[in-house]
Ligand binder design. Structure first.
Ligand code: FES
Length: 151
C-alpha cells in the first residue's frame, strides 16, 4: 500500500467522470496530446447520475481542494436521464455547500462528450486555474485527517 501525494505545485482535485462521454473526452484529450494540468485524479463512474452528492462533500471535507463532475451532454446520457437527475442534485448541492463552510467555487459540474478532447482540455484547465487561485482548502475544524490518495 503506498500513498500518492500531489506533485510539487499541484493541488488535490478529484474528477467524477461518466464512462461513456467525459471519460472518453479525457481520453481523447490524452490521445490528442493536448497539454493539460496534472492535478486532477479521475474516478470513472458508469453515469453522472451515479454521483451521490455525499461523494463530493466527503472529498471536500477529507482534503480535496476541488471536485469536478462531468457527464454526457443533456439528452446524450447512455442511461437516458441520468444526467438530468445529476443536474438537479448537483445544483442543490452547490447551493448547500456554503452551509457546510465550503466555498462553492471548489465544486463544478459540466458536460463533455467523448469527441470533445479540446473541450475537456479547456474545462480541466479552467477549473484547475480557478482552484489554484483559491489555494489549498483550509482544514475544517473537526474534519477527519486521512492520508490523501492512499491506494
Ligand atoms: Fe454519461 Fe449518463 S452515461 S451522464
Amino acid at each position: 500500500m503506498s500513498a500518492v501525494s500531489a506533485g510539487a505545485g499541484e493541488l488535490r482535485l478529484v474528477g467524477f467522470l461518466c464512462n461513456w462521454c467525459s471519460y472518453g473526452g479525457a481520453d481523447t484529450a490524452g490521445v490528442g496530446r493536448f497539454i493539460q494540468p496534472t492535478d486532477l485524479r479521475i474516478i470513472r463512474l458508469p453515469c453522472s447520475g451515479r454521483v451521490n452528492p455525499l461523494f463530493i462533500v466527503k472529498a471536500l471535507l477529507y482534503g480535496a481542494d476541488g471536485v469536478l463532475v462531468s457527464g454526457c451532454h443533456p439528452r446524450d446520457c447512455h442511461y437516458a436521464e441520468g444526467n438530468f437527475y445529476a443536474r438537479r442534485r448537483l445544483e442543490v448541492l452547490k447551493q448547500f455547500l456554503p452551509t457546510l463552510g465550503i466555498d462553492p467555487r471548489r465544486f463544478e459540474y459540466t458536460w463533455v462528450s467523448a469527441s470533445e478532447g479540446q473541450r475537456w482540455q479547456q474545462v480541466v484547465s479552467r477549473f484547475t486555474e480557478q482552484i489554484h487561485s483559491l489555494g489549498p482548502v483550509p482544514q475544517l475544524p473537526g474534519a477527519p485527517e486521512l492520508e490523501w490518495g492512499a491506494a
